[in-house]
Each structure stands twice: as structure tokens, then as C-alpha cells.
Design a protein around this ligand. Structure first.
Ligand SMILES: [Zn+2]
Length: 425
């Protein structure tokens, strides 16, 4: 990991610079303008929140490709809310590191900008805090280097010649598309869209995508009759083929949920109980850690006490620390009844409730468009495949193997609201 010094507050400004008149883009200033030298406050130009801005010297090369080199000094603004794609200063297990923040749903990743440095994906029990956002306006590298990178970027933001025919020939209907790599035709990326061609054309937005396109040998696609079919097929293919550039990391083995047991929430695992039929489960989480995190944030939101939730052991007769700072409504010191506390816990969990599979067995979800009719066969939220006739669909109704979190997320709304035609098989 990159070692950094400790962030330092900025000295009180202003920092005056003498600015040349703006009119002299080229050539020499005319003698008549010599006396009109303007002063610019560098602090005001570069720093939006002087009180919340720190500077720090970066050590290591892990952000080389975005121009932050070993020894660069960067400005860090703590008043900006961190967002996906921003370069941030993070504290990982007590060490400062500078990385690009990547947020996908509930997942966070700290991305390096150098092929030799791995990204940091927070693991169970690891403490990761985003300390501040690196100020983008301060070019930490020499100007000559920046110009060269701008030039190279314009070159990569262009669809490679050998892929253009595939894109022009792509259908405008829904489906799944696959970028195949050079080695063994393996999928680099699998995506879905309700308009395959439009989506392929939009794959030029970020440097990451440009990098992927340069490694792509060919593009193929599979049409589906609608959006549900595209979502189900995409999830199934990503799980089976693990494409290099799909960062979703859908692993179902570790799936957890919260269950109330005697009024106390406990973490349960999908390998132990059937999530599709077990009533009173709340939330689907990738790990025990994520489940407890979510419970903790529910508690913070609704001023619940960590003690009765099993998140903290309270000595008998003692109130919790959060009650003293009014983060807990005080069930632990008699400020509210256990019943009132329990009721608030229950109603806050309701929004997360996992719906039971509402049918006795498998059903088919029917989707149609001008060219295609598909019956997507689903049992206990688990997608089993698609067919074109009811006869074929009945042959797919094997027993679901384990709980399918992707299937649940995709199908919950259309099945429960019956917004799609459903065929009981
Ligand atoms: Zn308390």
C-alpha cells in the first residue's frame, strides 16, 4: 500500500500570483500593457472550502495513470460528499491511501490507477473510511505530461475499426450482448439493454470502457423478447462465465438475511434455510458483516438501542453510551417501553422484508415483442431458463437449486404486482 504523510491544514491565504493579461494567448505582451499586471489569489482559484482543505504528499506509484506520481502533493477537501469516480483519500486499517472511489449498489471498491497495483475491496472486519475528496483542479503533474495524456485519450475514445460492423448490424430490440476477448473467445464483458445497438454505441464513456474495447475481438448478442428476459439471461451468464470486466461479483453462497428470533434479530444464511419459503426474513446481504452493518444503520436511523438488538453487550442495569448522546431513544434506561422499542424495530425492518414465493411450484413469465415470444420459467425465485412454447416450458420445471438472489431482485416486482402475464406450469 501507498504510504502517505499525515494530511496538513492549509496555511491561511491569500497566495498572490501575478497574472498576465488574458488577451495575449500568443506572442509577447505589448509594452503598453505592462503596468496592467493583475493579481490572482491562488487560494481562491484552487480551494473551494479553505477550512476543510488539507494537503498531503503522496507516496508510491499506484495512481500513476491519473497523473498522481510518487511525491505529488494533492489537496484534499473534506467538505465534498464523496461520489463514484472521484479520487479520494481513504483510511484503510489506519493507513492513508489515495485511490479512485468506485460505488456499485452497496459495494465499495478503491481502484488503483496502475496495472501493478490491485484494487482494494473492503473485507469483513476491515475498517475503511473515506477521509476526503482529492481536489481535481490542482494538476499535480507537469503540464507537458498532461497534454500528452489528453492527446492519447482522444485516440482511445473511438470505436475500434474491427468492431464497427458488429455494432451497425446489432438489433435495436432488447437482449444481452457479449464482448469476446482475443484469448479463447472468452467473454470480457456481458451486458443487457432494451436496445442493444444504442447501448453498444454508448460504451465509450469512460477510459475503463475504452480499455475494454481495445481488448475486444468480436461482439455477439442474444435477443430476448423483453427486459425481464434480458435481465435474467445477463445474470445467469455472468454467474456462469465470470467475465473479466463485470465487477458485480454475484456470489450467492454467502447470502445472509436477518430473522427475528424471540424479538432479537439474528443473521441467518441461505445455505441453512430456504429463503424462498421462510417467512419473516428481512434484507438480503452478501455477508454477515453487511447484514449487521445494515441493522446498525437502521438502529441509528430509528434511535433503537444496540443492546436489545444484540449489537452490543450492556452490563445489567446500565444504559448504553448512545443514550447519553441521544442516538438511542433510551429503552435501556426506561425512557421508552420495550414494547415501543420492539414496535419501531419491527416497522423499520418491514421495508426490507423478503417476500415468500407466492406459488406452489414453477410459473412462466410471458414476454412478447414483434419478433419473439418467450416464457421465462421460474421456481422459488430461481430462473430455470426460457422457452418459446408452454410445452417446452413445462420441461424446464426442475426443482430450484438454492436461493437465487438475482432472480429474486429481478422478479419480485413483476411477479408480486402481476405486471407481466404469468402462466402457472
Ligand atoms: Zn440504549
Amino acid at each position: 500500500m501507498q504510504a502517505l504523510h499525515i494530511p496538513q491544514p492549509l496555511p491561511r491565504g491569500p497566495w498572490w500570483l501575478q497574472a498576465l493579461p488574458a488577451s495575449i494567448a500568443a506572442g509577447f505582451p505589448s509594452p503598453a500593457e505592462d503596468h496592467q499586471v493583475e493579481r490572482i489569489d491562488l487560494m481562491q482559484q484552487l480551494v473551494k472550502h479553505p477550512q476543510a482543505t488539507f494537503y498531503i504528499r503522496v507516496r508510491g506509484e499506484s495512481m500513476r495513470d491519473v497523473g498522481i506520481l510518487d511525491g505529488s502533493v494533492v489537496l484534499v477537501d473534506r467538505a465534498i460528499a464523496p461520489a463514484d469516480g472521484q479520487i479520494v483519500l481513504a483510511v484503510v486499517d489506519g493507513d492513508f491511501t489515495c485511490k479512485t472511489l468506485r460505488l456499485q449498489g452497496e459495494r465499495m471498491r478503491l481502484q488503483a490507477a496502475h496495472p501493478d497495483y490491485p484494487d482494494i475491496v473492503p473485507k469483513d472486519g476491515q475498517s475503511v473510511e473515506i477521509w476526503g475528496v482529492v481536489e481535481p483542479d490542482m494538476p499535480p503533474e507537469p503540464a507537458s505530461r498532461r497534454r500528452r495524456e489528453d492527446f492519447e485519450e482522444s485516440r482511445v475514445y473511438e470505436y475500434p475499426q474491427h468492431l464497427r460492423t458488429a455494432i451497425e448490424d446489432a438489433p435495436t430490440g432488447p437482449g444481452v450482448y457479449i464482448f469476446h476477448g482475443q484469448e479463447g473467445d472468452l467473454p470480457l464483458y456481458i451486458g443487457k439493454s432494451i436496445n442493444i445497438r444504442a447501448r453498444l454505441l454508448s460504451h465509450l464513456r469512460t477510459p475503463d470502457e475504452a480499455r475494454m474495447l481495445r481488448q475486444t475481438q468480436r461482439i455477439s448478442h442474444i435477443r430476448t423478447a423483453g427486459e425481464i428476459g434480458a435481465l435474467l439471461l445477463e445474470a445467469q451468464m455472468i454467474k456462469a462465465q465470470h467475465p473479466l470486466f463485470n465487477q458485480k461479483l454475484r456470489r450467492n453462497k454467502q447470502l445472509c438475511s436477518l430473522r427475528l428470533s424471540g424479538g432479537v434479530p439474528e443473521v441467518v444464511h441461505s445455505k441453512d434455510i430456504d429463503f424462498a419459503t421462510q417467512a419473516d426474513l428481512y434484507g438480503l446481504f452478501a455477508s454477515r458483516h453487511a447484514a449487521l452493518d445494515s441493522l446498525r444503520s437502521l438502529a441509528d436511523q430509528h434511535k433503537l438501542c444496540y443492546g436489545p438488538l444484540g449489537l452490543e453487550k450492556l452490563p445489567p442495569g446500565k444504559a448504553c453510551f448512545r443514550a447519553a448522546i441521544r442516538q438511542c431513544a433510551g429503552v435501556c434506561r426506561g425512557d421508552e417501553t420495550p414494547q415501543a422499542h420492539q414496535q419501531r424495530l419491527f416497522s423499520s425492518l418491514l421495508a426490507l422484508r423478503v417476500e415468500c414465493w407466492p406459488y406452489g411450484g414453477a410459473v412462466g413469465l410471458v414476454e412478447r415483442d414483434a419478433e419473439l415470444t418467450q416464457i421465462h420459467v421460474v421456481n422459488h425465485w430461481c430462473y430455470l431458463g426460457s422457452a418459446t412454447t408452454a410445452e417446452q416450458a413445462r420441461q424446464l420445471t426442475t426443482v430450484a437449486a438454492g436461493f437465487d438472489a438475482d432472480g429474486y431482485k429481478i422478479l419480485c416486482r413483476p411477479v408480486l404486482t402481476q405486471s407481466v402475464e404469468i402462466l402457472v406450469l
